[in-house]
Design a protein around this ligand. Structure first.
Ligand code: EPZ
Length: 424
């Protein structure tokens, strides 16, 4: 299994191009199931999760072509030949549940394996199901699968989310585009990936208003058509690489970055003493001298501080001049990086959903591993600043969400390489 070896202590200077968003692409691809013409996605990221979604769509009878080395994806669902999303694929990636709404809306039936729990929490899909039921779907849960039917088609409904869910908002938004009548999604997620999905669906002919606010209104249409859509910039990759010069010192320009995508995060970075400035091509982040200041962080749905940047922010705060608190409010088990950072010399105490981080003057390299991709990359960030060598195992987590991490960082002066273990 591959690992990443980091020799820490280099200041970073240079430019890093930011890719299209994994989590946007993972909902845009299943949107192609809504119509019989191809959907072309440009600015697609080249990641293993995207290949998993392509394999899932192919298993349903779609044709998926990756052009320009995977930068452009063409997904054609002329006909859905198989309406069953199998456990073997769904268990690898929870976003697989996003094929449920589109298949049901288009053909009136679908079977999708229930995803089960994962390393960061239980992550149920009850809100996806409740919303579809409100739109008239008949659901039966058996053999680990959701068997969904809507023989007369879905119908528009008002659905109020009891808690904000990105995935459930996406599933219902897609389903509502082909439902009869008007759907109002109340207390909907406002993430940039939702806005991007709505824009793409509108290019396909959907009638949608209010995306980016907490109420989205969708007027169902009889059919959608093919379209070409550029995937929005990955705000989590952006935030992750903003932390690289923040933790090592130096100055890096994030090409394609936009502050509006990471406003709450950028504000916390500035409180920590990091400079963030707009440039013609993106965002410039720098820390010249002096210690990092401690800050408190509370994760929340967008526009709050993203849970997907909590682990990386913790890596930074391990080196702050004082005590920081990080409160995780989205996922109950998302501090698995804390004991690994502690192995590098960090002082972190976790009580319930809050981590208290007492900054230390230096971290020391160590062999570490992580259980999800954001935790993995937080260990790489820590390794960039640590004395000596850090070897991050289980790189397949990283490959799910970060394209060419070692190339992007070494172009800025980091000493980082992938170690490929040869099979015996
Ligand atoms: C999306 O997951 C992202 N994944 C996650 O990215 C991200 O951490 C998360 O949103 C929050 O921002 C994709 O977009 C593919 P949710 P999702 O539904 O949609 C609970 C990454 O590292 N909930 O907004 O699954 C749930 O358990 C990741 O790229 C229910 O209770 O997240 C959680 O506590 C991992 N019932 C909260 O809501 C439901 O039916 C928010 O989850 C659905 C969710």
């Amino acid at each position: 299994m591959d690992s990443i070896l980091v020799r820490g202590g280099q200041r970073l200077n240079g430019r890093i191009p930011i890719s299209g968003a994994k989590n946007a692409c993972l909902t845009l691809m299943p949107a192609a199931l809504l119509c019989d013409e191809p959907l072309t996605l440009t600015n697609a990221p080249r990641l293993s999760d995207i290949r998993t979604m392509a394999a899932l769509l192919e298993s349903l009878g779609c044709e998926v072509a990756a052009l320009q080395q995977g930068r452009v994806l063409v997904v054609g669902a002329e006909r859905i030949a198989n309406h069953r999303a199998d456990y073997e694929i769904v268990r690898k990636m929870r976003a697989s549940i996003l094929v449920l709404g589109p298949m049901l809306a288009r053909d009136g039936h679908a079977e999708v394996s229930l995803p089960g729990g994962c390393a960061i929490g239980a992550r149920p899909v009850d809100l996806h199901l409740a919303g579809l039921e409100a739109m008239g779907a008949e659901l039966d849960l058996r053999d680990g699968y959701v068997h969904a039917k809507a023989p007369r088609g879905l119908r528009g409904a008002d659905f109020t989310f009891p808690m904000v869910s990105v995935g459930a908002t996406e599933n219902l938004l897609m389903a509502a585009t082909l439902a009869k009548g008007t759907t109002r999604l109340i207390n909907a997620a406002r993430e940039p990936e939702i806005v991007d999905l709505a824009r793409c669906l509108r290019r396909m002919g959907a009638q949608i208003a209010g995306e980016g606010t907490d109420t989205i209104e969708i007027q169902g249409v009889a059919r959608l058509s093919g379209a070409t859509h550029p995937v929005v910039t990955d705000r989590i990759e952006l935030g992750t690489y903003m932390l690289a010069p923040a933790i090592t010192g130096g100055e890096v320009e994030l090409l394609g970055g936009k502050r509006e995508l990471v406003e709450a995060f950028a504000e916390r970075l500035e409180v920590a003493g990091i400079e963030v400035a707009d440039t013609a091509d993106g965002l410039r982040v720098s820390r010249q001298n002096g210690r990092i200041r401690p800050v408190d962080v509370v994760t929340a749905p967008h526009p709050g501080f993203p849970t997907d940047l909590q682990a990386q922010m913790m890596a930074l705060l391990t080196l702050a001049d004082g005590v920081s608190h990080l409160e995780e409010r989205i996922f109950e088990n998302r501090f698995m990086h804390a004991p690994e950072l502690a192995r590098m010399g960090a002082h972190i105490e976790v009580h319930g959903g809050t981590a208290t981080v007492t900054g230390v003057e230096r971290l020391r390299g160590a062999p570490v591993m992580a259980t999800d991709l954001r935790a993995s990359v937080s260990l790489i960030l820590a390794g960039l600043a640590a004395e000596g060598e850090t070897r991050v195992a289980r790189v397949y987590h990283l490959d799910r969400g970060y394209e060419r991490v070692e190339e992007k960082l070494s172009a800025c002066g980091a000493r980082i390489e992938r170690i490929t273990e040869k099979a015996a």
